[in-house]
Design a protein around this ligand. Structure first.
Ligand code: PLP
Length: 481
């Protein structure tokens, strides 16, 4: 019994340290005081202190006692790289790959259980976005241009908004004119249009592996087939493996990449790799579609370059949106169609007609000012802090052998579980307890990532999130042999 008492004493102080009641640098009560306070023996009080020391929560200072340490960053190994020389998977044999069923199953299950902690969303919490400023911008814009409610919108979108987008695109190394930009219903419509412009049903689209499940759904819904290219969690799609795939697969009509803070890996392609990729696709006359939805979310405030920055022939179709950076509630995206611009305009007209003007003029008002830059600086700081706290909690609680990427921007963490633990099982159990994560099996048609989880850091880190991660870690550990 005395043996277990030390755990109770240690738990008491662990909670106080984790919740911040005892701050770094503060002194713990002396061992004698602990004995009195908790009615334990000298050896129990010492054992409690030593176990907290072993956990990295306390340090012993000679002749002074025990002091609270700044939480130690427990390093986890990085997510596994693909095998050197790994080749592309065989393309999906038929356009039907089952991704709709997997995503529908995920959505249906999520609807069945009330969510307490949602770690599955790939965007920030509402309070991370400038709601009040956007509301004021919308009111000002509407006061100035009430006619937008009753007048048709130009087919490519509001010219003032496109002019702002063209100016902002320069930071990512691009130099489009406003006329080259087409406003879309989010990035999803942009990718749909891009793939419809360059491919026919039955054609093959090369993608990163793992990749964003929404992209797999677009491909399946258009009757196209997916070819998964090995992708490094540190450098993005393997350009060597893609080159090999061009030699062995005849019907590749497009390559789709998320070059900056890829979903789900969080990796950034180095500039040299982006340039090689652009040149390779150009050389093979295969369209390169880039989805650069996270590029503005880099920790160090330097916007990352888009692949389009290296495009000299119009072979790159650039897609973006404000879903992550400014306004998850407004379905506003855009694309630069390159040499397919005319066909894409025609497809947009046939598919959905222009976006409504009000959202565009409101956003133009905000994005045209320095308020947008200040918002981005705040958002990046916030996401960095949330990512670090989440990673620390994963490192502290998940079982040994867990691997984790550590992106330098964005809001996603990709966790590889030890023992090839099934993400579907973990997802199902966690969901019933109100914890939602994105299971790895949704990010590939090939079933290669079922032992992974995507954990979002879009919401402010809190005790509720720490508790959910601790419980998630127990669920993961419970299924290991
Ligand atoms: C890589 C990527 N592309 C596109 C989207 C969806 O973009 P939108 O909401 O602008 O259609 C997401 C959302 O999670 C994403 O992660």
């Amino acid at each position: 019994m005395e043996d277990l008492l030390y755990l109770r004493v240690a738990g008491h102080y662990r909670r106080a340290i984790r919740s911040g009641v005892l701050a770094p640098g503060e002194r713990l009560p002396s061992v004698r005081a602990l004995m009195r306070l908790h009615q334990v023996s000298l050896s129990t009080a010492l054992q409690a202190c030593r176990s907290l020391e072993d956990e990295g929560l306390l340090e012993a200072r000679p002749r002074s006692g025990y002091f609270v340490l700044k939480p130690r960053r427990v390093a986890l190994q990085a997510v596994s790289e693909p095998e050197p020389g790994a080749a592309a998977m065989a393309p999906d044999p038929a356009p039907y790959s089952g991704i709709h069923d997997r995503v529908s199953d995920f959505v249906a299950k999520c609807e069945r259980y009330p969510v307490v902690t949602n770690l599955a969303l790939a965007f920030g919490a509402p309070e991370a976005y400038p709601q009040e400023a956007l509301k004021n911008a919308a009111l000002r814009a509407l006061r100035r241009h009430p006619e937008v409610l009753v007048s048709p919108v130009p087919p490519q979108g509001d010219p003032g908004f496109r002019a702002v987008l063209a100016r902002r695109a320069m930071a990512a190394g691009m130099s489009p004119t406003a006329d080259e930009i087409l406003v879309t219903h989010g990035c999803t419509e942009a990718i749909n249009l891009a793939l419809r412009a360059v491919a026919q049903p039955g054609d093959v689209i090369a993608v990163e592996s793992p990749t964003y499940f929404g992209l797999l759904q677009v491909i399946e819904s258009l009757g196209l087939r997916t070819l998964e290219i090995p992708t490094s969690p540190s450098r993005g799609m393997s350009v060597e493996a893609l080159e090999l795939a061009f030699q062995t697969h005849a019907r590749i009509k497009a390559v789709v990449v998320v070059p900056n803070f890829q979903n789900p890996l969080g990796c950034v392609m180095p500039d040299a790799e982006k340039a090689r990729l652009v040149a390779l696709c150009e050389g093979h006359q295969v369209a390169l579609v880039e989805d650069d939805i996270y590029g503005a979310l880099s920790d160090d405030d330097l916007p990352l370059k888009s692949c389009k920055a290296w495009d000299r022939s119009g072979n790159v179709i650039h897609c973006g949106s404000l879903h992550k950076t400014l306004a998850p509630g407004m379905r506003v995206g855009w694309m630069i169609g390159g040499r397919w611009q005319a066909r894409i305009r025609m497809l947009k007209h046939a598919q959905s007609r222009p976006n409504d003007a009000l959202a565009q003029i409101a956003i133009a008002e905000f994005m045209g000012s320095s308020a947008y830059d200040r918002h981005l600086v705040r958002l990046r700081r916030q996401l960095k802090a949330q990512r670090e706290r989440t990673a620390e909690a994963i490192a502290a609680h998940f079982p040994a052998g867990t691997r984790l990427n550590m992106p330098t921007g964005g809001m996603l963490l990709w966790v590889e579980m030890p023992g090839r633990r099934s993400s579907s099982e973990v997802f199902n159990t966690a969901l019933q307890e109100g914890i939602r994560v994105a299971p790895g099996m949704m990010f590939s048609n090939a079933g290669r990532f079922d032992h992974c989880l995507r954990i979002s850091c879009g919401a402010p880190f809190s005790e509720r999130i720490e508790t959910a991660l601790t419980r998630l870690a127990q669920i993961v550990a419970a299924g290991l042999d």
